[in-house]
Design a protein around this ligand. Structure first.
Ligand code: GUN
Length: 286
């Protein structure tokens, strides 16, 4: 069994990013900049945001974390985004999700300049991604595709089952796999016989937030398991959506949790921020 080591791979990506940032600064006098908006007091979101800011700093990317209280109105949030859209120091804008219930996430995501949408959640980028055009790609599925590439895993012609159909992971994951010529099945919580689908899969990508849902008797010998789940057990331990101990002797490759897909996400966000900075440079030249 080969462990897909996202932690090591993300370090390599962060080194690539450092080099690209240094080139942009020296050759084009551009320092890439990222704004992260954090609304409310969700502890997990605060941890993710702090980690994003730290990674930016290490890579030489300028970053600002804009914290707003749970009680802000949608209008106030939209005004903040409008100002950031106009701020030439900011190449990327990311609104950490989930947002409080009184705020309409769709309206907020649509307010971000699509050319600064480093999360790839604006319908402009979603549409371009589905059409296989150049776009900002959502960081988690983008990271999974990079992992396949780095480990020499060919997805073309493979049967891939994606479990979970969220806008952040499942749907974009399916799109990227379709573009890469995989045969893709997307399952969700209403799927009647999940094992029927997963047993036929060469690759299973699971992102549902149910600890240890995927068991060895649900996969075929030599399957590749990509576990996007991060669940905190009552013991405080982090664990994935796949039962790692059960699956590890049956599959050919598996991502650990933690240390698998998770670390890749930040690496790809940094990559998207550089892409945004390069787009700015092109626009400024015109
Ligand atoms: N919440 C969970 N994952 C993500 C992500 O990739 N981007 C943002 N903005 N919020 C998230």
């Amino acid at each position: 069994m080969i462990l897909l080591d996202g932690k090591a791979l993300s370090e390599k990506i962060k080194e690539e990013v450092k080099v690209e940032v240094a080139e942009l600064v020296e050759e084009k006098q551009i320092t890439p900049g990222l704004a992260v908006i954090l609304v409310g007091n969700d502890a997990a979101s605060a941890t993710y945001v702090a980690s994003k800011a730290k990674s930016c700093k290490n890579a030489g990317i300028y970053s600002v974390v804009h914290e707003m209280p749970e009680s802000i109105t949608q209008e106030e949030l939209l005004e903040t985004i409008a100002r950031m859209n106009e701020n030439p120091k900011l190449d990327g804008i990311l609104v950490q999700l989930p947002l409080p219930k009184h705020i309409d996430t769709t309206v907020v995501l649509e307010a971000i300049d699509p050319l600064k949408d480093v999360d790839g959640f604006h319908p402009y980028n979603v549409g371009r991604m589905v059409s296989n055009l150049d776009a900002f790609l959502p960081a988690t599925p983008f990271g999974v595709m990079r992992m396949f590439e780095e480990y020499g895993i060919e997805v073309s012609g493979k049967n891939v089952v994606v479990i979970g159909s969220s806008d952040i992971v499942g749907k974009p994951m399916a799109s990227l796999l379709i573009n890469a010529k995989a045969t893709v099945t997307v399952c969700n919580s209403r799927t009647k016989d999940l094992a029927f689908f997963t047993k036929a899969a060469d690759i299973v990508v699971i992102a549902v937030g149910v600890p240890h849902l995927l068991k060895a008797d649900m996969i075929k010998d030599g399957a590749i398991v990509i576990d996007v789940g991060i669940n905190r057990l009552d013991t405080g331990k982090l664990t994935g959506d796949a039962d790692f101990e059960d699956c590890k002797n049956k599959c050919s490759h598996i991502t650990p949790v933690p240390g698998g897909v998770g670390p890749m996400t930040i690496g790809m966000l940094l990559k998207n921020t550089i892409k945004a900075a390069k787009l700015r440079e092109k626009r400024e030249k015109k």
